[in-house]
Design a protein around this ligand. Structure first.
Ligand SMILES: Nc1ncnc2c1ncn2[C@@H]1O[C@H](COP(=O)(O)OP(=O)(O)OP(=O)(O)O)[C@@H](O)[C@H]1O
Length: 266
């Protein structure tokens, strides 16, 4: 269980995340939506401790995440894998090595530095690639892969961390619809193994289709938290003051994506 309690992050006078509280049971797939600047990335980054809260607490299975440091913080970051819009692979390294990077924090310092991996780790990495239909790309440089393939490599790398949670920040914003579907299906598949997934999405239709629960932020505040079917067009208009089509167009523009046609849910 991930418990977020009164979480607040200020940047100067700006409150990016404003007293957000959420309890996320293990194994849930949660979509986080909101307009540009709503605080979605800031929220995800605090869970991974890439940013520290100004106020509030994050607990995971009872452990206070907000006060971790040193080895315990590194362990938490292993358990809480991140996926980014731009994939964040090491472009000049081969795909297999990129996936093995997911093991680095688990290795003694010297073998990490030398990138010495065991046969077992290599087998794990190959199995992860195979699972996402990428085994034949293992020895190619990462920069020879399409965006959709690179994002699946990033998911395979995350899986090598043996995470309890995957935090995905706009994972499909740079992908075409076909690759978006493949990547969301991959995230859903790992979620079904019991890994909690929190995914920031600009596209409401995708959030509705793949997530068990949708959390909506507006100006840092939690304005909706419920099952997808309750986030109707009327509810969007109520919490954001714009139509769903306007919300979709604006959110897509913010991440440089093409808006998907809006299916109307009255
Ligand atoms: N390091 C920072 N310094 C100053 N302000 C920041 C910083 N990071 C975020 N902000 C501000 O906090 C607010 C929330 O930003 P955040 O990136 O979390 O929003 P978001 O919902 O992810 O939107 P987007 O999809 O546009 O990134 C914005 O007003 C942003 O300008």
């Amino acid at each position: 269980m991930l418990e977020i309690d009164g979480l607040t992050r200020r940047f100067g006078a700006k409150t990016a995340v404003d007293a957000v509280s959420l309890a996320i049971p293990g194994g849930q797939m949660v979509g986080v939506i909101g307009r540009s600047g709503a605080g979605k990335s800031t929220l995800l980054r605090m869970i991974n401790r890439l940013g520290d809260p100004t106020e509030g607490r994050i607990r995971f299975d009872g452990t206070d995440i907000t006060t971790l440091n040193g080895r315990a913080l590194r362990d938490w970051r292993m358990r809480c894998a991140m996926i980014f819009q731009q994939f964040n692979l090491v472009q000049r390294l081969d795909v297999l090595t990129n996936v093995l990077v997911g093991r680095l924090n688990r290795r003694p310092m010297l073998s990490s530095l030398l990138r010495l991996f065991t046969a077992e780790e290599r087998a794990m990495a190959l199995a992860a690639l195979d699972r996402f239909d990428l085994a034949e790309t293992a020895l190619q440089r990462a920069d020879t892969l399409s965006g959709g393939q690179q994002q699946r490599v990033a998911i395979a790398r995350a899986m090598l961390q043996e995470p309890r949670i995957i935090l995905a920040d706009e994972p499909i914003a740079s992908l075409d619809p076909r690759n978006s579907r493949i990547v969301m299906e991959s995230l859903r598949a790992v979620n079904r193994e019991g890994i909690t997934v929190l995914v920031n999405l600009h596209d409401l239709a995708t959030a509705r289709e793949y997530c068990d629960r949708i959390v909506a932020l507006n100006a840092g505040r939690l304005v909706f938290d419920g099952p997808p079917e309750e986030l109707t067009a009327a509810r969007i208009a109520e919490v954001y003051g714009v139509s769903e089509a306007e919300f979709a167009a604006e959110a897509a523009a913010a991440v440089g994506a093409t808006p998907r046609p809006v299916a109307i849910h009255a």
